[in-house]
Design a binder for this molecule. Structure first.
Ligand code: ZN
Length: 319
C-alpha cells in the first residue's frame, strides 16, 4: 500500500496533530532489535478516522511515535531532526544533521524539478530518512524488508512498503550524500511501478546530472568488457524482471551498470524527446518493451544490442 508518498508540497507548516496514541492501532513487528509498525492497519485507520485536511498532522504525529521508538532502539546518541520536508533519524550532531537536511532539501528541489509530473505530488507525510551507525546496524534494521534470502551488498535502500522511507548508514559524507540522492529518486518514483532497470538508471543518472552525486558504479567504460561477458553468460531475463538487482553475485553490480548504460543509450537514441512519455508508460510486467515499441518506436532489444552486441536479449534464449 502506498498511501503515504512523501513528496511534500502539502507539508508546509503542518502542525503535529494532538493524537491520542493509545487510540492508534499500532501493531509492531520486531526484528534485529528494531520495531516496525504494521502500516497496513494504520493507513486505513487514518483514512477512516480523519478528514483529508487533518491527515498530514496525523502522519506527522505517527512518524514521531515511530521514529522515537527506533531512536531509542538504536542506542545512545541517536536523535531526530526536522526540516521543512524531511525528518532525519541519525547519530549525527545537531550541526551535521542540519547540514544533511539542507542537502536533502536541495536534492529534493532539484530532482523534483527535473522529474516534473513524473514525481509523486500527493504526499501526506514528511520524507523520512534513517541513517544508522554502521553497516551492521543498518542490516539489523533493513533485513526486515528483505526476507531470508541472501541479497548483495548495499549502501542504502528506499523501503517501498508501508511508509516509504530511505535508510542508510554513516559513511564518508560525499558517498553518503550520493547514496541518499539516489534513494530519493526512488522515493519520488516508486508509485509508478516502472521496470526496476529504468528506475535504477534514473536513480543513478539524475543525481549525477544535478551534481548531487559523482556516481558509485565505478568507471563503466573501463569495465565494459567484463560487463558484456557477465550478461553474455547469464542472459537478461532476470535483468528485465528486476531479480538480478538483488543477486548475491557479480550480476548485482552488473545490473546497476547496465541500467545506467541502457538509460543513457535511450536518452541518446531516436525519439529521445519522448523519453518522459516512455518513462510514464513503461510497465514492470514486460520490462518496458511495449512502451519502447509504442513511444520510442524501437525494441529494447535494439537498444541493448548497441552495447552487448546482436542477440535475442529479451527472451530466455541468449545470443
Ligand atoms: Zn537504486
Amino acid at each position: 500500500m502506498f498511501w503515504t508518498w512523501l513528496c511534500g508540497k502539502k507539508l508546509d507548516k503542518v502542525a503535529e496533530a494532538d493524537l491520542p496514541l493509545t487510540e492508534v492501532p499500532f501493531r509492531w513487528q520486531s526484528q534485529g532489535g528494531f520495531s516496525h509498525p504494521q502500516w497496513s492497519s494504520i493507513h486505513p485507520w487514518v483514512f477512516c478516522s480523519y478528514p483529508p485536511a487533518q491527515q498530514p498532522g496525523v502522519y506527522r504525529a505517527l512518524t514521531t511515535a515511530w521514529l522515537e521508538r527506533v531512536c531509542h532502539e538504536g542506542g545512545a546518541g541517536f536523535g531526530l531532526a526536522d526540516s521543512r520536508h524531511f525528518r532525519l533519524l541519525s547519530p549525527f550532531s545537531p550541526t551535521k544533521s542540519k547540514m544533511f537536511l539542507q542537502f536533502f532539501e536541495e536534492a529534493r528541489r532539484r530532482i523534483d524539478g527535473l522529474l516534473g509530473d513524473l514525481a509523486f505530488r500527493d504526499a501526506l507525510g514528511p520524507h523520512v530518512v534513517m541513517i544508522f551507525r554502521n553497516s551492521q546496524q543498518y542490516w539489523k534494521y533493513a533485513s526486515h524488508f528483505f526476507g531470508d534470502g541472501e541479497v548483495g551488498g548495499q549502501g542504502g535502500v528506499c523501503v517501498q512498503e508501508g511508509y516509504v522511507h530511505v535508510v542508510s548508514y554513516d559513511q564518508m559524507a560525499q558517498s553518503l550524500q550520493g547514496i541518499l540522492a539516489h534513494e530519493f529518486v526512488h522515493n519520488l518514483l516508486v508509485h509508478r511501478k516502472m521496470p526496476l532497470w529504468l528506475e535504477e538508471g534514473l536513480a543513478e543518472l539524475l543525481p549525477m546530472q544535478m551534481r548531487l552525486s559523482a556516481g558509485h558504479l565505478g568507471d563503466i567504460a573501463s569495465e565494459a568488457g567484463a560487463l558484456r561477458q557477465c550478461w553474455q553468460k547469464h542472459g537478461l531475463t532476470d535483468f528485465w524482471s528486476g531479480e538480478s538487482f538483488f543477486a548475491a553475485d557479480e550480476r548485482q553490480k552488473a545490473s546497476y551498470q547496465l541500467s545506467e548504460v541502457l538509460t543513457r543509450l535511450i536518452l541518446d537514441g531516436p525519439n529521445a524527446s519522448r523519453f518522459g512519455e516512455f518513462v510514464a508508460a513503461a510497465e514492470r510486467t514486460d520490462g518496458g518493451e511495449r512502451a519502447a515499441l509504442s513511444v520510442l518506436g524501437y525494441s529494447l532489444n535494439d537498444a541493448v544490442s548497441k552495447f552487448l552486441g546482436p542477440g535475442r536479449w529479451l527472451g530466455a534464449d541468449r545470443a
